[in-house]
Design a protein around this ligand. Structure first.
Ligand code: SAM
Length: 301
């Protein structure tokens, strides 16, 4: 709770004003997973058909369809697989299995804010006979301090979409050496953005976000809870409109009627994603059959 407060207090200056009402951007992906009950909700999300058959299946299929090329391009003879926020590590497991099939030597290092995900990921990856260790903490902070003895394959994947795109790509760019490879992915905007927005209207999402706002003094009594697409940033925004002031002095500047965006998910067009990534990295893009998921593997420019 204390940590969530500290993180979000630092974001209080991040707001937009329109017609006297403000939208505060209190979205930091760490705060969605810090508490145990939130992590449980994330695991439950995997049982939700819209998620399981949506983003998860699209990326799993893309990886399976391009497994040899992704591993061929991304892994050297000896690679440190750096998993930034592994969650259940099911996609990482696919890639590492293929690397072993290609007789590459791999060791695994995961960084996650939530220890439960680290435990799940380490169990999955060590079951392949790969040495695996975990670091509990914020990967944005930890990655800059890492000093490794072999080239890294850095998996950020679609978690990229929960950050300001330039900011997370700059962090990666600064932390990678020329021999490292990065894996990024995104669910791009399709002609029917509304159907993508719909995927974010699940109870589990609300269950992940409500504890965040409770931690900063909003008691769950909101005027409105919703999901919208912001065409200026190409983000799907999960927001709540507050009815009452926060019980915490530090958050009193948020007034009744103001909106708080708690979660974002970046949905660029194919071209926006290609241009953005190509600004920092050089490499190959992969798309799945339906062209509704796109990945990138490459090196820093
Ligand atoms: C959406 S899940 C993605 C899981 C997996 N990488 C995948 O692509 O399916 C996000 C994961 O990143 C972790 N996470 C999010 N922000 C983080 C941060 N800033 N530092 C460390 N872990 C973070 C969460 O705890 C969770 O395990």
């Amino acid at each position: 709770m204390e940590e969530v407060r500290r993180i979000l207090q630092a974001k209080l200056e991040d707001y937009l004003e329109e017609d006297g009402k403000r939208t505060f951007y209190l979205n930091d992906s760490k705060t969605w997973y810090l508490m145990h009950e939130q992590a449980e909700f994330y695991l439950k999300l995997h049982e939700d058909q819209r998620y399981a058959c949506g983003m998860l299946a699209k990326e799993m299929n893309l990886i399976k369809q391009n497994l040899q090329e992704i591993v061929g391009e991304g892994f050297s003879r000896k690679t440190i697989y750096l998993d930034l926020g592994p969650g259940k590590a099911e996609k990482s497991k696919l890639l590492i299995e293929e690397a072993l099939r290609q007789n590459k030597s791999v060791s695994y290092l995961a960084i996650d804010v939530n220890k439960m995900f680290l435990d799940i990921a380490l169990a999955e990856i060590s079951s392949l006979g790969v040495p695996a260790i975990g670091l509990e903490g914020d990967f944005e902070e930890q990655i800059a301090r890492l000093c490794t003895s072999a080239p890294k394959f850095v998996y950020l994947g679609a978690t990229m979409g929960n950050f300001k795109p330039h900011s997370i790509l700059q962090t990666l760019h600064k932390s990678l050496s020329k021999e490292d490879r990065v894996y990024l992915s995104i669910e791009p905007q399709t002609s029917s953005i509304e159907s993508l927005v719909d995927h974010y209207r699940t109870q589990e999402h609300d269950d992940m976000f409500t504890p965040v706002l409770e931690a900063v003094g909003f008691d769950g009594d909101y005027l409105e809870a919703g999901v919208r697409f912001n065409p200026k940033t190409s983000n799907i925004e999960s927001f709540l409109t507050v009815r009452k002031k926060s019980t915490l002095k530090e958050f009193e500047k948020i007034k009744p009627g103001d909106k708080i965006v708690v979660g974002i998910s970046f949905k660029p067009t194919h071209n926006q994603f290609r241009n953005l990534v190509s600004h920092y990295f050089l490499g190959d893009f992969y798309e799945n059959e339906g062209k509704n998921f796109i990945s990138f593997v490459g090196e820093r420019k």
